[in-house]
Design a protein around this ligand. Structure first.
Ligand code: SF4
Length: 509
């Protein structure tokens, strides 16, 4: 089946494409006709901050400890460090800042791919419309539900990122329906109910009216990655005449989301398309423009690296990112946008994930990126199939294995979604993260939600490792009474944990 066929109503795909982009919903954000990516300024700033002395780099790291967005010159100075010892200092500061803002918590999620039809033709993507090596279809609502039942009931995820190609069959109405269908799933598990409590989405840029539609379905974070901020590269990899070929429609979609009332938005770049230093500067510029206009920066930043895809030629790629540079760029982002969550994914191999997780806040686990692949995995057919996925995965381990590994490294996996359900989003959560108060609540909720997961899903070995981490966390909370926590909060925590072990669910602060 070809990617441009539509089963949605009688409107042709080309008519649908023509009515997507609203010029007025781009132009209202331009300053004197200009966007916020000033390429000349970025190139000059990178060039003029090369080889910054060690004292200056240490001064920048000190500034970052105040958990504020760094300025361009400072980001450029960090990004252009080449001295291995100085790089180690930046990496150490990145670990320290992650711990100061997010403690030892790691949030896990799973992506749920809903369709492989796409009207775009991105040069690097297995789902591009002229790739005949990929089977095209979108999940029906019963299939979406079947996937959610496995994710919530068999694996134990509480949080998803639902992923949609840009196509009329998976437009705003489909997104809203599929999100509602996932939230409705309640699966009986050992001693509780498996359910997805937070659905983030990764979808194409939309108009404000469509964004309101998906907000009303209860989406969490809205992710739109610019892929590359470098305009000539953007034009090269996103052919002219395609929807995605419009750089500005994409660049300002998170501004539109803010206007539509979605205050948790996520940025990202596909590393490998252009010089990673430029992309880091672009991400920081994006965060700054969101802060300037809406008083709130991105909730998370994602760092995907280019990966092989079926039927896709990569001989044109001139900026592959080495493992050392990849680790270092994560450190630079951690330090430069210190309040934002950082997401690393199973595109990477286990060794890489282990080496960067101490700077990151989220990773996926038990991931399948084929359509319908979660349900297949539990009906005996579990292998990556190039012809039905966008790219190949580097880490296919189970959530249980990853929870155990993270516990052995001293991380607690948090399944908490309380902040969002209590209205702690957007500016409220940003302010709380900067001053550390959100961290206190999150620490308590991580313990409770982790205990719940151990009760319902853990294997015996993982349960042992998890209980050890929980005991350690409880001791730490107790030691921080009365400074960070009240005696009453500690007692409430101990009591809530006992109630969870006795079968109560979804308790949080
Ligand atoms: S990257 Fe996204 S928009 Fe581009 S072809 Fe792939 S699925 Fe479509």
């Amino acid at each position: 089946m070809h990617g441009l066929e539509s089963g949605a109503g009688t409107e042709s795909v080309s008519a649908w494409i023509k009515r997507q982009i609203r010029r007025d919903e781009i132009e209202r954000y331009l300053d004197g006709g200009k966007d916020f990516i000033d390429e000349g300024h970025i190139e000059r700033t990178l060039a003029s901050n090369v080889q910054a002395p060690a004292d200056r780099i240490r001064g920048i790291l000190q500034k970052a400890r105040s958990i504020k967005l760094l300025d361009d010159a400072d980001v450029a100075a960090l990004a252009t460090v080449t001295d291995p010892e100085l790089r180690q200092e930046v990496l150490a500061a990145a670990h320290e800042i992650k711990t100061a803002v997010y403690d030892n918590r790691v949030v896990t999620f799973a992506p749920l791919y809903c369709g492989s039809k796409c009207v775009n033709n991105c040069r690097y993507c297995g789902f591009r419309s002229d790739n005949s090596a990929v089977q095209r279809r979108s999940l029906g609502m019963d299939e979406v539900e079947a996937e959610a039942r496995v994710l919530a009931g068999k694996i134990g995820h509480k949080r998803l990122v639902m992923v949609y190609g840009e196509h009329p069959d998976t437009g705003a109405d489909y997104i809203a329906d599929s999100v509602r269908r996932v939230y409705a799933v309640k699966e009986k598990v050992r001693s509780g109910v498996g359910e997805i409590r937070r659905v983030n989405i990764n979808a194409a840029p939309m108009s404000i009216a469509d964004l309101v539609k998906i907000r009303e379905a209860g989406i969490g974070t809205y992710q739109v990655f610019q892929e590359t901020y470098h305009k000539a590269t953007y034009r090269f990899v996103h052919p002219e005449g395609t929807l995605k070929g419009d750089y500005h429609w994409r660049l300002y979609c998170l501004h539109r989301a803010m206007e539509a009332g979605i205050d948790d938005v996520a940025i990202g770049a596909l590393f490998g398309l252009y010089d990673w230093r430029f992309e880091v500067m672009g991400l920081v510029a994006h965060a700054r423009d969101l802060e300037r206009r809406f008083g709130v920066g991105p909730h998370t930043v994602s760092v995907p690296r280019l990966e092989p895809a079926a039927g896709t030629d990569f001989s044109w790629v001139g900026h592959w990112v080495s493992d050392d540079d990849f680790r270092y760029l994560i450190a630079v982002l951690r330090v430069s946008i210190p309040y934002a969550g950082l997401i690393v994914t199973n595109r990477e191999k286990p060794d890489m994930l282990r080496s960067v997780i101490g700077m990151c806040t989220q990773r996926d686990a038990d991931t399948r990126v084929g359509l319908g692949a979660y349900a297949d995995a539990f009906s005996g057919s579990d292998e990556q199939k190039a012809e039905r996925q966008q790219f190949m995965l580097g880490d296919t381990r189970s959530l249980d294995q990853i929870v155990r590994e993270l516990a052995s490294m001293g991380h607690i996996v948090s399944f908490c979604t309380a902040g969002y359900r209590c209205g702690r989003t957007g500016k409220k959560i940003m302010d709380a993260l900067r001053c550390g108060s959100e961290g206190h609540l999150c620490k308590l909720n991580a313990i409770l939600t982790f205990q719940e997961w151990l009760e319902d899903f853990a294997s015996p070995d993982t349960r042992l490792a998890g209980e050890a981490i929980i005991e350690r966390e409880l001791s730490e909370v107790q030691l921080r009474v009365p400074g960070d926590f009240s005696q009453a909060a500690f007692e409430h925590l101990v009591d809530a944990r006992k109630r969870i072990m006795a079968g109560e669910r979804d308790l949080y602060f």
